[in-house]
Design a protein around this ligand. Structure first.
Ligand code: NAP
Length: 252
């Protein structure tokens, strides 16, 4: 049984590929969103209870390998996965979608190491477009008077400043709709994480077209682990691994 730490489109794709190839999978979701897109195969939802809880879960299961396919900014889960893999001896692969540093506009963006620096760097903006996610909104408390546009998958429990406009959507987005959104709200700054992938890249293309400055938060550093950039390579890694596990070898 392969454990996929999920919550991303890549994780769902991997669950489908592995299931098709006959590898049983369990996908794990954090349970943050109320109506998550569900992967094929078995699914468990909710935290494990830290590294110790994950180790207990792994020891009480038939998991033979872990694929950490969480979002590049889900650093806590990734660190727990690395620690639990080390403690249990289970093989761990990280499936990480490539970041946006190769985008044609990337050299003109303001790269910052964290959210705190992003807020400091964007403080002179009047109409920022905040796309860093619900869990980051507390950091923008000082921007309560700005005419901010905030795009969220899920509404936060706390009330947001009345000057802000909230757009709820999940993507994907295309260039035309992003250009229309930027123009309609007079966006003068885009704040984003380096989430990578195609799903939300159109906002960066739109910012480039409209000469809107971009503040981009670099990915959090993680301990070294074997890593691939796409689900097909991750499925191949699992197939190779299973071939090399003595009990799984086919005879004849
Ligand atoms: P995080 O800060 O790294 O994790 C915080 C805690 O949430 C973990 O310690 C773990 O709780 C639980 N958790 C996270 N991912 C889990 C998973 N796949 N299965 C079971 N428990 C999980 O994570 P996050 O940034 O809040 O992200 C939560 C989930 O949303 C992730 O699965 C991620 O792939 C997805 N996501 C995140 C972002 C983002 O920008 N951060 C964007 C899109 C999707 P315990 O310690 O109790 O085990």
């Amino acid at each position: 049984m392969i454990l996929i730490l999920g919550g991303t489109a890549e994780a769902r794709k991997l669950a489908a590929l592995l299931s098709e190839a006959g590898h049983p999978v369990t996908s794990s979701l954090a349970g943050r969103v109320s109506n998550p897109a569900m992967p094929v195969g078995a699914v468990r939802i909710g935290g494990f209870g830290g590294t110790d809880g994950l180790i207990r879960y792994l020891r009480g299961s038939s998991i033979t390998a872990i694929v950490d396919a969480t979002h590049p900014f889900a650093a806590t889960m990734s660190e727990h996965a690395a620690a639990a893999a080390a403690a249990t001896g289970l093989p761990l692969l990280r499936l990480t979608r490539p970041g946006w540093s190769g985008h044609p506009g990337a050299t003109s963006w303001i790269w910052v190491p964290d959210l705190h620096e992003a807020v400091a760097a964007g403080d002179s903006s009047n109409r920022p477009f905040i796309t860093t996610g619900r869990q980051t909104l507390d950091a923008y408390a000082g921007w309560a008077q700005k005419q901010a546009l905030v795009r969220l998958v899920e509404m936060p429990a706390a009330l947001l400043p009345t000057a802000w406009t909230v757009v709820r959507s999940r993507g994907p987005y295309d260039l035309d709709s992003e250009l229309e959104l930027f123009t309609r709200y007079g966006v003068d700054l885009l704040v984003t994480k380096d989430s990578g992938g195609r799903h939300t890249i159109a906002k960066l293309d739109a910012a480039g077209r409209l000469a809107v400055p971009v503040i981009i938060i670099a990915r959090p550093p993680l301990a070294a682990a074997p890593e691939v950039g796409d689900p097909v390579a991750a499925a191949q890694w699992i197939s190779d691994l299973e071939l090399h596990q003595p009990g799984d070898q086919q005879s004849g």
